[in-house]
Design a protein around this ligand. Structure first.
Ligand code: AP5
Ligand code: MG
Ligand code: ZN
Length: 215
């Protein structure tokens, strides 16, 4: 079970990967979460990543690929994992294929979560995430049980600095230019499965699990 969740900023990759990884008993590996953790720790990786993230740009492939490949050999990835937000460029997709092939492994299904641009903007402007475990919430669509607190861990909720209107626009441009081509890439490889990412969060999750696990 090695899955990739592909979709624009705000399409629900993190929301769905969080729930589905728990249900399937596999790891949830989100490069955005890993970079935010590095930023909050304040080391060299974090300092470098921050300069790109705050502008809505992709962190260079070399840095991102190295971090991801180190992460997926951790013990919690042995049973499988969901990659959320990686790969984001053709170069990253090729590096992943190559590294897995060396271990006689391969990526399984790639779930493309499709959402209209107007809906993406609406979602990102109302998002809050947990400072400790990075679970996403939405002020209207998916509020926490207790205002300002994470349902999962009780952590404090905050707005991501890159969720301001200007940076959201940039992230969407970058997505369409650099990441959207991966849809065709994985379609040609016969790995792409697509779901409608608009509607009830729980129902989308059910459909995603069915789509990912059917023969
Ligand atoms: P990253 O953290 O990956 O951000 P992103 O791709 O912009 O995606 P988001 O996290 O914004 O959206 P999501 O799809 O996870 O949506 P969510 O579930 O939260 O990356 C951040 C930055 O890190 C990048 O800009 C880049 O700089 C760097 N980076 C990361 N990976 C990289 C890589 N591979 N290469 C290079 N650089 C990289 O949901 C959004 C909102 O909608 C939430 O409020 C949620 O509650 C709500 N919602 C979810 N589902 C529904 C629904 N069905 N109906 C209504 N609301 C919903
Ligand atoms: Mg996310
Ligand atoms: Zn939390």
């Amino acid at each position: 079970m090695r899955f990739v969740f592909l979709g624009a900023p705000g399409s629900g990759k993190g929301t769905q990967a969080g729930v589905i990884s728990q249900r399937l008993g596999i790891a949830h590996v989100a490069t955005g979460d890993l970079f935010r953790e590095a930023v909050s720790k304040g080391g060299e990786l974090g300092r470098e990543a921050k300069t790109y993230m705050e502008k809505g740009l992709l962190v260079p492939d070399e840095i991102t690929i190295r971090m991801l490949l180190e992460r997926i050999v951790a013990p919690d990835c042995r049973k499988g994992y969901i990659l959320d937000g990686f790969p984001r460029t053709l170069e990253q997709a090729r590096a992943l294929d190559l590294a897995l092939a060396e271990r006689e492994e391969a990526v399984g299904r790639v779930l493309y979560i499709k959402v209209s641009t107007e809906e993406l903007v609406r979602r990102l402007s109302g998002r809050l995430i947990c400072r400790d475990c990075q679970t996403p919430y939405h002020q209207v669509a998916s509020p926490p049980k207790v205002a300002g607190k994470c349902d999962q861990c009780g952590g404090e909720l905050y707005q991501r600095p890159d969720d301001n209107p200007e940076t959201v626009r940039k992230r969407l441009d970058v997505y369409f230019a650099e990441t959207a081509p991966l849809i065709d890439h994985y379609k040609e490889a016969g790995r792409l499965v697509e779901i409608d990412g608009e509607g009830d969060i729980e129902k989308i999750g059910q459909e995603a699990i069915t789509t990912l696990t059917k023969d």
